[in-house]
Design a protein around this ligand. Structure first.
Ligand code: HEC
Ligand code: HEC
Length: 310
């Protein structure tokens, strides 16, 4: 018996990484999993490979690389402020965060790991076996893996941007340009018609005109799920918190800068003439002046919570 105790003690000293801390929380377990390539086929890709913390948990390329350098189909979304969302992915194919977080693991382009294999790996890993026991009182399984990852993603809430300080009347609020830009966002720019609520999304599926049915603009979006022609080219309206650090933009990453995004909304026809089903809000050019565009950009930049980009 004594020897076992001694051996256990030695293990703690020699391999502290195997021993979960006694105060381990569900969120901290989820965080470790989020950054751990153990959840990908060749142990090379973690959630954080695509959802990079310094970029609002988005990626800097138009589409991200999964295992073996396979290229995805869509731009990696920033995943801050997910708690209040009702649908996940650009087409809304996941209805809860618990459902969503297991999908990239099994996706053949992204992490390419069958769920049973993911669970098997976690069960045979000393650290995770102990950690799941500590947090959930049981062995790792798919449900608890989803619970831990979702719990971590829910901690990525941001609410201390210059805009928030301005709205609360606190010190270091947003610039004068951003205050003017907010008016453009609400009124002339019509942005608020779709990007409303505290996270600047109405959680609706809308078509801003990036579907022509051909070339790089052939992603049918929400239609893939509903098969309703009214949904052709509709995508989930993204929240705009931290948007200044999540370039490139849109489901296909076609715009590299916020200037390009604003120029697009100002005159969509200059970019895409033959769009199908474009929302009526975007049928007329906005007619924004150079100053209004600059102010609008300053407002979008004031939505960045600096705690999340370091
Ligand atoms: C290879 C890159 C890649 C990896 C790895 C990856 N993701 Fe993603 N993630 C994406 C892309 C691309 C999308 C958007 C896909 C779409 O809409 O079809 C996305 C979407 C999401 C969303 C939905 C965001 C929204 O606004 O609806 C969440 C949440 C998310 N990922 C979490 C995770 C978690 C958790 C992991 C690890 C288990 C992970 N991702 C691994 C690329 C990746
Ligand atoms: C008709 C609804 C609608 C209006 C009006 C609208 N948006 Fe959007 N916005 C969307 C949708 C839907 C997307 C996602 C489209 C896609 O990915 O193809 C989007 C995407 C964006 C993105 C890219 C976000 C990212 O992470 O890729 C930015 C930035 C943005 N909008 C800003 C604005 C601004 C600024 C205005 C006003 C000038 C505006 N939007 C007006 C619905 C709208």
């Amino acid at each position: 018996m004594k020897y076992y105790l001694l051996a256990a003690f030695a293990a703690v000293l020699l391999f502290p990484a195997f021993v979960p801390p006694t105060d381990l929380t569900e969120e901290a377990l989820g965080e470790k999993l989020f950054f751990d390539p153990i959840l990908s086929e060749d142990r090379s890709i973690s959630c954080a490979s695509c959802h990079i913390p310094a970029f609002g948990f988005a990626d800097t390329s138009a589409v991200s690389k999964g295992v073996g350098g396979r290229l995805g189909r869509r731009n990696t979304q920033g995943i801050t402020n997910m708690t209040s969302r009702s649908h996940f992915f650009f087409d809304g194919r996941a209805g809860s965060l618990e459902q969503q977080v297991l999908m990239p693991i099994q996706d053949t382009v992204e992490m390419r790991l069958p769920l049973e294999e993911a669970v098997r790996r976690l069960r045979s890993d000393k650290y995770y076996a102990g950690a799941f026991k500590k947090v959930y009182g049981q062995k790792p399984d798919a449900g608890k893996l989803a619970a831990a990852l979702a719990a971590y993603v829910r901690t990525l809430e941001t609410g201390d941007s210059p805009f928030d300080r301005w709205a609360r009347g606190k010190a270091n609020p947003m610039s004068e340009a951003a205050v003017r830009g907010r008016r453009v966002f609400m009124d002339k720019g019509k942005c608020f018609d779709c990007h409303f609520s505290p996270d600047f999304t109405g959680d609706e599926f809308r078509n801003i005109g990036l579907f022509t049915g051909s070339g790089t603009l052939n992603d049918v979006g929400r239609f893939a799920l509903t098969r309703d022609s009214a949904d052709l080219g509709k995508f989930k309206t993204p929240g705009l918190r931290n948007v200044a650090v999540t370039a490139p933009y849109m489901h296909n990453g076609m715009f590299k800068t916020l200037e390009e995004v604003i120029d697009y909304y100002d005159q969509p026809d200059q970019f895409v003439k033959t769009s199908i089903n474009r929302d009526s809000l975007l049928r007329q050019p906005l007619g924004l002046s150079a100053a209004e565009k600059a102010d609008l950009k300053a407002f979008l930049e004031a939505l960045t919570d600096d705690r999340f980009v370091q």
